[in-house]
Design a protein around this ligand. Structure first.
Ligand SMILES: [Mn+2]
Length: 461
């Protein structure tokens, strides 16, 4: 077994620790490929990450790990608990930090004689960190510093006493291990130093990094599931290597340097695509994974009531419910009810948790959607929602900002709208009250509401 494989197994076992807390935070490493859903993950984003990581591992890939970049919602937590599955670990960022490129070079003590540093140069090192017993760095010894010390000795300036490493140490630029390399790239490029020194948050020595590593650092490897746009991806994704994409949303993907496996199918959920891959390879997932994938499908399709539902979603769900021996319609109803109500959500969660931008007839339109089980909590939130919507519409220069409130039990939606009053006056929906409209059985933003709005805006344009 190679050290790399050993390390992967180590990570893997860590992942399977039965009582590991679900909020543990990860720092990425370059040996692992992370399967990750979008920010503010929904059940499908968490389920498809877990499922696809399982599938790839079963298919013989090493170092695959499911992670998430946000807190699972109440519905997702319900599903995780139901099937005895631990949430994937939290990976808040895949940006390259100084910690990722620090090499823990052996140090010399400030009080050590200069000859100690000399011995180290003879083994080929270019720069030697000088670090005290308290782990606080004093500077570095370079060949130039050594040459100067020798010149002084030859001239007799040092009175015949051998100087200490502290006396000949030179200043060096220091960075904290959590700082992003990209924030300092220009300074590093301009600098004449070949190396920088890296400390932890309390100023203790961590390691050294060479300039050339700073300019081409290692990159995190990501497999994106349930999204393909960088704006929805984990922080720092623009610095990462996107290895593959598995999704069911419109395209908004970044260009890649090389061709990658890229699957975006118009089905009701990404979990459907994962389940199909398992079924096609005759790989039957354990109940914990099958149950999560089933939850992903039922959640995204609103138990097949959303018009985004395809025959493939139904077939995949039937296969999964058979694997985990579960009646899916009844479980689906429980799952949809487990989502938290409006009263428990912050304004940011309601308005920005699931919001997409569109350009229609040359206008900027933004449509948020929130799922509820009953409209009873909406009236009490309308005033503050309207104020927050006005604020966003102004800041983002939006012609319309819509909030679809979709009742996943009845399969109906209400909509709050702010923006241009001329456009709002042209909306073809029943008026329920100030700023509030009845969308009837519209539940899908992309399949129903967007086409309806495009029609209205083109007519009024
Ligand atoms: Mn999805």
């Amino acid at each position: 077994m190679t050290p790399k494989q050993e390390l992967c197994i180590l990570f893997h076992n860590h992942n399977l620790m039965p009582n590991a807390p679900s909020d543990r935070t990860e720092i990425w490493n370059s040996l692992t490929t992370y399967v990750i859903g979008h920010q503010r993950p929904d059940t499908d984003a968490i389920a498809s990450a877990l499922g696809y990581a399982w599938f790839l591992t079963q298919s013989g890939y090493d170092g695959i790990r499911a992670v998430r970049c946000g807190q699972p919602g109440e519905q997702t937590q319900f599903a995780l608990k139901r099937f005895g599955q631990t949430a994937p670990p939290f990976l808040p960022s895949v940006a390259v930090t100084f910690g990722h490129i620090a090499e823990a070079q052996v140090v010399v003590d400030p009080n050590a004689p200069l000859s100690d540093a000399m011995d180290r140069f003879s083994t080929g090192e270019q720069v030697i960190p000088v670090v005290g017993e308290d782990r606080i760095p004093v500077g570095v010894v370079t060949p130039l510093a050594l040459a100067r010390a020798f010149a002084r000795r030859l001239r007799g300036d040092d009175g015949g006493r051998e100087p200490t490493c502290r006396e000949i140490a030179e200043k060096v630029t220091m960075y904290k291990e959590r700082e992003r390399v990209s924030d300092h790239r220009n300074a590093v490029l301009r600098s004449e130093e070949n190396s920088v020194l890296i400390t932890d948050e309390s100023g203790c020595y961590v390691g050294m990094a060479e300039q050339k590593e700073l300019l081409s650092p290692p990159r995190a490897k990501l497999i994106l599931v349930d999204h393909n746009e960088l704006s929805q991806a984990v922080t720092g994704a623009e610095e990462a290597e996107i290895v593959a994409v598995l999704d069911h949303h419109r395209l908004g993907n970044p260009p890649t340097a090389a061709p990658i496996p890229f699957t975006v199918d118009p089905v009701g959920s990404t979990s459907t695509l994962v389940a199909e891959k398992c079924r096609d390879r005759a790989l039957e997932p354990p109940r914990s994974i099958a149950g999560m994938l089933l939850s992903g499908i039922l959640s995204d399709t609103l138990v097949f009531r959303s018009p985004t539902t395809s025959a493939r979603d139904r077939a995949a769900a039937a296969w999964l419910s058979n694997v985990c021996r579960l009646e899916m319609h009844q479980y689906g109803a429980e799952l949809l009810h487990a989502a938290s109500g409006l009263a428990a959500k912050s304004l940011d969660d309601i308005l920005d948790g699931d919001r997409k931008a569109y350009e229609m007839a040359g206008l900027n339109i933004s449509i948020a959607q929130v799922e509820v089980t009953g409209m009873q909590e909406l009236p009490a939130r309308i005033a503050e929602l309207v104020a927050a919507m006005d604020d966003r519409a102004f800041r983002e220069n939006l012609a319309l900002l819509c909030l679809m409130v979709t009742d996943v039990v009845t399969g109906e939606s209400h909509m709050l709208v702010r923006g241009s009053s001329r456009l709002i006056a042209g909306l073809p929906f029943a008026h329920l009250g100030e700023n509030l409209y009845d969308l009837g059985d519209i539940v899908s933003r992309k399949k129903q509401l967007v086409p309806a709005l495009v029609g209205v805006l083109e007519m009024s344009g």
